[in-house]
Ligand binder design. Structure first.
Ligand code: SF4
Ligand code: FES
Length: 249
């Protein structure tokens, strides 16, 4: 395939960015999207130009680093996948592809297609954990009875990889699907009950502090989420928050 790429180039956080056109040729339909980006970067390096900065790590849908907005969609045109799992067969020969970074106030651009997602880490630090004594007397997980339904729901919520596609797809730049998943993962399990009240309050407070917007139930986040995290997690987080406010002010 021969393609035209329109890519957001921005030298640094304070610099003004702009879309720049590039041509790539002989792209195999079996390549992943990131491999196609590698081909472009090799081309740029060989001609003495600055390669395009983009985030990636595992390249197998686990780490959540590959945050690209492709043709106006987070992680591109396919469903239930990350950018590193997107294949070039989803595009046509001769096509023009626009590639932009996540756009959200709470995810400022660092360089080109790389954004700062440490806001998510600060939300996690505010409560996305359980305190367990690991000094040798930890209770065997199999000794704690958990219903199949709760275990399945908790597992589905825990599939969130913190990629930020939910924020990038939301017209309000809301992080509620991410926070909902992180709160739900613990709210559904007995191990999460001890710190449940503080967890939901602190994580939601940090989310607001970071400048993420509110949820207006458009559902765009659920559609674009590579791990198909359900909106039900937002409803559960809201219920947890109401419960927490009644228990402790
Ligand atoms: S909820 Fe989905 S889109 Fe949002 S951070 Fe988690 S995996 Fe990514
Ligand atoms: S590079 Fe890890 S999820 Fe894509």
């Amino acid at each position: 395939m021969n393609l035209t790429l329109k890519i957001w180039r921005q030298k640094g956080p304070q610099e003004k960015g702009k879309m720049v056109d590039y041509k790539v040729s002989d792209i195999s339909e079996h390549m992943s999207f990131l491999e196609m980006m590698d081909v472009l970067n090799e081309q740029l390096v060989n001609s003495g130009e600055e390669p395009v900065a983009f985030d990636h790590d595992c390249r197998e849908g686990i780490c959540g680093m590959c945050s690209l907005h492709i043709n106006g969609e987070a992680h591109g045109p396919d469903r239930g996948i990350t950018t590193c799992q997107l294949h070039m067969r989803m595009f046509k020969d001769g096509e023009t592809i626009t590639i932009e970074p996540w756009r959200a106030k709470a995810f400022p651009v660092i360089k080109d297609l790389v954004v700062d997602r440490t806001a998510f880490e600060r939300i996690q630090q505010a409560g996305g954990y359980i305190s367990v004594n690991t000094s040798g007397n930890t209770q065997d997980a199999n000794a704690i009875p958990i219903s199949k339904h709760a275990a399945d729901e908790a597992m589905d919520a825990a599939a969130c990889i913190g990629c930020g596609a939910c924020v990038a797809s939301c017209k309000n730049s809301s992080a509620m699907l991410f926070v909902g998943a992180k709160v739900s993962q613990f709210a559904l399990l007995p191990q999460g009950q001890v710190e449940a009240v503080d967890r939901v309050k602190n994580m939601v407070a940090q989310m607001d502090l970071e400048g993420f917007g509110n949820c207006t139930n458009t559902g765009a986040c659920e559609v674009e989420c590579p791990k198909e995290i359900s909106l039900e997690n937002i409803a559960r987080m809201n219920r947890e928050l109401v419960k927490a406010s009644l228990i402790k002010f």
